[in-house]
Design a protein around this ligand. Structure first.
Ligand code: ATP
Ligand code: MG
Length: 367
């Protein structure tokens, strides 16, 4: 990854621009952590970047950044810039392209995120990031109060880095978090969720959660039971346990279904065949971990179910309609539910003949 990133930097330099690898990749590289996400900063403007590289994408939100695909890898290339006036706590009012690396580094959040690698692979550390990496401390670039006031998301980023890297927060950062945490309400739930996800997924998540609670950020983040969350290897599992107001943090449809299934499974017996069938192994497994039910018991009960989905039933909805002479409609679903329950209980064998017989005996009269 480093070699490809250096090639991208060298290509920009060959075209007469200044360019450096910067940010998380350099930080993690110096700490011996492998990272796949590479940020590059350059004096080239977006149009100039797009003239140099064949495959480029313009990210929707991040003005002044171009994603370049080079040797099948994505590099986020950002023009040196200065950000002016954070009036809405979200986006700078104006971005001014500049020609100076040093000035670009000054707009960044933490010293450990300002270390660069140049075209020759040499480390460039203008703001003392390496010293802070060695001391394992998170310090802002310049005044912490202003950094957090301008973009309160940086509060969560500070906690995310302290959590993931197991670093301390400087005293100035600690004070500035307390003074600005109320501004988190102005930040979009999506941006906050991205940082929270990274904290929850960390091997050191417990410390991250403790830090959030210590600062009272759980209240600013509108999560009322953060202290009760159980650390799981499932992110949706943890979100399912968190109490959050409706229409705030957003989830994809499949995440929503998983969260709902886990919530239901939490209330039920996770060894019961119908519950295992209805809410699946994943949701019951997570509910089981939280309740201390043996994982292997849940898994073996699940695997010994007679059916795992409606598709496994040896009869189709057409068969049912033909046999009983009924039209498509909610009745079919009711019949299926009854068949599922009886098959799962072992009262009804899952074969065409037995199911036909059962249907004729039980459903023909009331149609
Ligand atoms: P990672 O990629 O590991 O999540 P990162 O530090 O690379 O962490 P990115 O979000 O990729 O974080 O941002 C790249 C760099 O841009 C950061 O290292 C930092 O220098 C700067 N940066 C990102 N977000 C902000 C912000 N909200 N305020 C100031 N600088 C930021
Ligand atoms: Mg990055």
């Amino acid at each position: 990854m480093l070699n490809s990133a250096l090639n991208v930097v060298q290509l920009l330099e060959k075209n007469g621009f200044k360019a450096y690898i910067v940010g998380g990749f350099v930080r993690d590289y110096l700490l011996g952590i492998s990272a796949t996400d590479v940020d590059i900063c350059t004096s080239a403007k977006p149009k100039e970047i797009m003239n140099i590289f064949k495959q480029t994408l313009l990210p929707k939100e991040d003005y002044g950044s171009v994603n370049v695909i080079y040797r099948k890898k994505v590099f986020q290339i950002t023009t040196f810039r200065k950000e002016i006036n954070y009036s809405d706590y979200r986006h700078p009012e104006e971005i001014k392209y500049i020609d100076s690396l040093e000035e670009d580094l000054l707009r960044r959040d933490f010293t450990i995120n300002t270390i660069c690698i140049d075209k020759d692979g040499k480390t460039i550390d203008i703001l003392g990031g390496i010293k802070d990496l060695d001391k394992k401390i998170i310090r802002t670039v310049g005044n912490s109060y202003d950094k957090f006031h301008d973009d309160p998301l940086r509060i969560l980023r500070a906690i995310r880095f302290a959590t993931n890297l197991d670093f301390e927060l400087s005293d100035e950062v600690l004070d500035a978090i307390k003074e600005n945490k109320h501004l988190l309400k102005n930040i979009s739930y999506d941006r906050k969720k991205q940082e929270l996800d990274k904290i929850l997924l960390s091997k050191n998540a417990k410390r991250g959660i403790n830090l959030l609670i210590k600062f009272g950020l759980d209240k600013d983040l509108e999560i009322s039971n953060l202290g009760d969350v159980v650390i799981l290897d499932s992110l949706v599992g943890m979100w399912a346990l968190l109490d959050i107001p409706k229409n705030t943090y957003s989830f994809s449809n499949s995440e929503k279904k998983q969260i709902n299934d886990i919530k239901q499974a939490m209330k039920l017996d996770n060894l019961d065949s119908y519950n295992l069938y209805k809410y699946g192994l994943y949701a019951n497994g997570i509910a089981g971990v939280i309740k201390g039910i043996s994982r292997s018991k849940i898994t073996s009960n699940y695997h010994s179910l007679y059916i795992h989905s409606r598709k496994d039933i040896e009869i189709t909805s057409y068969d049912i309609m033909n046999m009983l002479g009924i039209e498509p409609g909610p009745k079919i679903n009711k019949i299926y539910e009854k068949l599922e329950k009886e098959i799962l209980k072992g009262n009804l064998k899952n074969n065409k003949e037995d199911i036909f017989k059962y249907c004729l005996e039980n459903f023909s009269s009331d149609i």
